[in-house]
Design a protein around this ligand. Structure first.
Ligand code: ATP
Ligand code: MG
Length: 399
């Protein structure tokens, strides 16, 4: 019965001359997300996108996919009638609405609703009845059929009517989209991703704001197993449901770790690791023309994430460092990870590079001058370059 899906997007970021770049990107992303799902066309009218569903389209899958396309505020499975533009006079318009009421009635699945309302929006200002008149006129017709009472506050059934250009669209539900801005509309960032709980969520947050996320993972193979890298790939695969294809850089980090643990104070180990990670990530960002780094840090969550240590770590890179989880509690982050679908993979007991050589009493108040001075005792630059040379790049597709 439903042959269309009406897609509404957020108005934020849509104003002015960028509006249609944004719309086109959303349209491309939707087309891509629904490839092979029996969608005949993705059109645009009056600040909405309209999908035309073919006979073979499977609604549950279409719905599932649309729920993962950033930029969609909400979407509605609808049926459509055309011929609105011809209706210049009240008589024919009322006749049209009579037929429409019959069709609405035929499409209401559960006809035993206790109350209802009609909610009309009129983009088509030439239509001879106002929105309120359409509400009343259709309301009376539906009442005759259902005998259900009209309840404008808490109706059991809402019948949405949108009059746009030559179309009238009817729908009964609004399904929430993921919000945000279309993937790829905001430029590139490089996310440092472990197989922990936080960094996949942090990456998701940046994708949600339209950034294309390039992933960088540091591993300690062969001291840690290949399985931990496989797990990161699985996490990135889940995140790739939200952006077309994901690039994952797998950086060998063991030699750097060995050098740091051999020559520098153990209690500062994590800080030197992180600084080295930032230096490598920055170089990758430069190659990729990405303009910021992203981490999953949350203030005070662990020793390396105190304010003093963040200050020392930050200095290793000149790029802006985005930490979208900085103010979140672990519980909130876990809830998000579950919603995104990465949690189950993140709690698997794989050894991470940073769980190696961890001191019992890490420094919580590192001093930048001291750290920088100590860092000169190792020759980091060639190690960083070698790690980059040995880095493998994978393209992770959603399917
Ligand atoms: P996560 O759950 O993301 O591992 P965490 O709370 O365990 O985070 P840390 O292990 O201290 O925190 O890591 C802080 C941040 O450093 C991570 O969120 C991530 O962005 C980055 N990071 C840590 N380990 C790695 C790694 N092996 N590869 C890439 N980035 C890493
Ligand atoms: Mg971690």
């Amino acid at each position: 019965m439903f042959t269309r899906v009406i897609i509404h997007y957020h108005e934020i970021g849509l104003k002015g001359k960028n509006r249609f770049i944004f719309e086109n990107r959303l349209r491309q992303n939707i087309t891509r997300a629904l490839q092979g799902e029996g969608v005949e066309s993705v059109g645009k009218i009056s600040g909405r996108l309209i999908l035309k569903l073919g006979e073979k389209a499977a609604w549950p899958e279409v719905k599932n996919r649309l729920q993962k396309v950033f930029g969609i505020a909400y979407f509605c499975p609808a049926f459509a009638k055309t011929g609105l533009k011809e209706l210049k006079e009240r008589g024919p318009a009322e006749e049209f609405l009579k037929n429409l009421a019959d069709e609405i009635w035929a499409n209401v699945e559960n006809k035993n609703f206790a109350s209802f309302k009609i909610d009309t929006k009129r983009g088509q200002k030439d239509f001879p009845l106002t929105s309120q008149e359409v509400n009343q006129y259709l309301g009376a017709l539906i009442w005759e059929k259902s005998k259900a009472k009209v309840d404008l506050e808490h109706p059991a059934l809402t019948i949405f009517v949108e009059l746009i250009e030559d179309f009238v669209f009817i729908y009964f539900e609004k399904i929430k989209g993921p919000g945000g801005l279309p993937a790829g509309s905001a430029g590139k960032v490089v996310a440092l991703i472990s197989s922990g709980i936080d960094s996949p969520v942090a990456s998701y947050e940046l994708m949600k704001r339209g950034a294309e996320v390039i992933f960088v993972h540091f591993h300690s193979y062969p001291t840690t197993s290949l399985l931990s890298q496989e797990n990161v790939k699985k996490i990135v695969k889940i995140l790739s449901q939200y952006q077309p294809d994901s690039k994952l850089y797998l950086v060998p980090f063991l030699d750097i770790q060995k050098e740091i643990t051999a020559k520098l104070p153990l209690n500062l180990g994590i800080i030197f690791y992180r600084r080295a990670m930032f230096k490598i990530a920055q170089k990758i960002a430069e190659q990729e023309k990405a303009k910021a780094l992203v981490t999953g840090e949350s203030l005070g969550q662990v020793a390396s994430q105190t304010l003093d240590n963040i200050l020392v770590i930050d200095e290793a890179s000149t790029l802006p460092i985005f930490r979208p989880l900085i103010g979140r509690d672990k519980e909130e982050i876990i809830a998000l990870a579950k919603k995104i679908g990465t949690f189950e993979l993140s709690i698997l007991p794989y050894e991470d590079c940073c769980s190696l050589f961890i001191p019992a009493h890490p420094e919580t108040k590192a001093n930048l001058a001291i750290v920088k001075e100590l860092e000169t005792q190792i020759n980091l630059e060639p190690l960083v370059n070698e790690a980059i040379q040995k880095t493998k790049v994978d393209i992770i597709k959603e399917k």
